[in-house]
Design a protein around this ligand. Structure first.
Ligand code: PAF
Length: 280
């Protein structure tokens, strides 16, 4: 369905039947990660809605909005196989009328890490996600840990604005070689793809230092991770940081709810990944 009024009608009926609505927002070009979100939603809800909308307001002027991968036919086949109940795939002018003026923005959280390299990105994400929540009125919404900062910001928005939806975080799904599944992986040629793995290797090394060698110090852990990435030619390390999951503030020592966030750039392609670490 492409029209908000049609979705509202359908959702109205489902709500009257007292069904639990699970929602998976996506930008399409579905991969294993999206499928795992859909399967979790199917298990936990009576009716599953997926949205496919490449949201222009979360892309900067120099970013890849135009060339972002799209394949709606293939996506629809996947959704049919997964027995998704409803697809919402609006056009841009259905979501943003010409006189659109209202934005949602989570202060502080949105300016660091991804927000620093992609100014305005999270304003676009929060605005579209809140619009989607208002249109679909889900009981539960599913987001992957792959985009950890996005997940943390959306949780904060939901909490701060008392939005009646439960955010369900889902684990990052990886390819066989460890690369986190992402629609943008399609941009990588073979050589770039093997270089891209240095970020995952750095995260795994940090995990090993924590788990096996009981090293919890921020400086030591990050230095080790940075060295692995900096050794890789033609890879730019944009950030590697150790933060608390609830407020994205830097921590000096690994504690409960610590996450390592990282981003690298290979040519024009940016890749992010992260690792949740606990004290073992
Ligand atoms: O993670 C994504 O695919 C997008 O940022 C989202 C949440 C669908 C909003 O456009």
């Amino acid at each position: 369905m492409k029209k908000i009024k049609d979705i509202r009608k359908e959702i109205g009926k489902i709500k009257k039947e007292g069904k639990i609505i699970g929602f998976v927002p996506t930008m399409g070009y579905l991969h294993k990660g999206h499928i795992s979100l859909i399967r979790k939603a199917k298990k936990q809800s009576d009716y599953v809605v997926v949205s496919i909308f490449v949201n222009p307001t979360q892309f900067g002027p120099e970013e890849d909005f135009e060339r972002y991968p799209r394949d709606i036919k293939r996506d629809i086949e996947i959704l049919k196989n997964e027995k998704v109940d409803l697809l919402f795939n609006p056009e841009v002018d259905e979501m943003y009328k010409e006189d659109f003026k209202t934005w949602v923005y989570v202060d502080e959280f949105s300016e660091i890490f991804e927000g620093k390299f992609r100014p305005g990105h999270f304003k676009g994400v929060c605005t579209v996600v809140l619009k989607l929540f208002n249109i679909i009125q889900p009981d539960k919404a599913y987001f992957g840990w792959k985009d950890a900062q996005q997940l943390i910001i959306i949780k904060k928005m939901v909490n701060d604005l008392n939005i009646p939806v439960k955010i369900i975080p889902c684990p990052t799904i990886r390819e066989e070689d460890g690369l986190a599944s992402s629609s943008r992986n399609v941009y990588l040629d073979e050589r770039e793809r093997s270089k891209a793995l240095c970020l995952y290797r750095a995260l795994k090394r940090i995990e090993q230092l924590v788990k096996k060698e009981k090293i919890y110090n921020r400086e030591i852990l990050l230095k080790e991770g940075r060295t692995i990435i900096e050794k890789e030619e033609n890879v730019e390390l944009q950030y590697l940081e150790m933060v608390k999951i609830n407020d994205l503030k830097k921590v000096e020592k690994v504690e409960k709810g610590t996450i390592i966030l990282g981003a690298i750039k290979i040519g024009k392609i940016r890749l992010i990944d992260n690792l949740l670490i606990k004290k073992f």
